[in-house]
Design a protein around this ligand. Structure first.
Ligand code: APR
Length: 247
């Protein structure tokens, strides 16, 4: 089937769906200048996740992890939502999409106007104290001396899910509830290899939902869980879908 025909099919699925939800990953923000984790130019080629993104690594040497984060933080701060973020916000506004479950911690969905955003891996603009659990807005904390510390002297950590940490309860429950109830799941810009987010497409599928995958490359979902695969960039796909739906 041509890309045009596949896109039209996705637009039709959105039109006829009762409850559509999107699951997004790092690929969505690549066009905003934030590198993905895997694949060519993926972050985890440069930084070993066990050394930088595991909670035990953070506890053992928070300064080292913070130095990497300070480098990446600038990229995220400068990033602007792209056409894919805006497209998903528009779909919600038009009544075609109920919620976005995102693995991203860059808050670009919210900045693009999406209202129902479930941050499965937390939010990089907040910090949490490993000692007392107090939360801070990132911009309220000086990063001159690393690691930053709480008023209780505990080490502050970005309020994001490191490997070895659980998913925040509310986000996990909401995401599961949406995936059990939805009849259409758009899986966009994720390699779908990191559990438990990677289980969500199958959960939706097993409850009878149609699954659409939008990704530059094929993934393990393409031949198994996905009903429709759009092998294209997230921004292109969202623009094309909105053309069919009449913006
Ligand atoms: N449009 C669509 N897809 C894209 C684009 C694009 N412009 N650019 C890249 N991709 C795809 C890649 O082909 C890849 O399949 O996005 C996917 C990104 O995959 P990952 O880098 O593995 O990102 P993600 O799935 O979000 O990672 C999950 O792993 O380390 C962690 O906690 C981190 O939340 C993250 C989790």
């Amino acid at each position: 089937m041509s890309r045009k025909a596949l896109t039209e099919k996705v637009a039709e699925l959105l039109r006829s769906s009762r409850l559509a939800v999107a699951l997004t990953g790092a690929g969505l923000s690549v066009e905003s200048g934030i590198p993905a984790f895997r694949g060519s130019q993926g972050l985890w080629d440069r930084y070993d996740p066990l050394e930088y993104a595991h909670i035990e690594a953070f506890r053992a040497d928070p300064k080292k992890v913070w130095e990497m984060l300070a480098e990446l933080g600038g990229l995220v701060e400068r990033a602007q939502p792209n056409a894919a973020h805006r497209g998903l916000a528009r779909l919600e506004e038009m009544g075609y999409l109920r919620a976005v479950i995102t693995q991203n911690i860059d808050a670009l969905h919210q900045r693009a106007g999406s209202r129902e955003v479930i941050e499965f891996h937390g939010n990089g603009q907040r910090l949490i104290c490993l000692g007392c659990g107090r939360r801070y807005a990132q911009d309220a904390v000086a990063l001159g001396t690393l690691p930053p510390r709480c008023s209780c002297r505990g080490v502050l950590k970005p309020d994001v899910v490191f490997f070895g940490e659980p998913i925040p309860t509310e986000a996990s429950e909401k995401a599961l509830a949406y995936c059990r109830r939805c009849d259409l799941l758009l899986v966009i810009g994720t390699s779908a290899v990191v559990a438990p987010a990677s289980h969500l497409p199958l959960i939706a599928k097993q409850q009878g939902a149609r699954v659409v995958e939008i990704n530059l490359e094929r993934t393990h979902l393409s031949d198994t869980v996905a009903d429709v695969v759009l092998e294209t960039s997230a921004s292109q796909a969202l623009n094309d879908i909105l053309e069919f739906l009449g913006r």
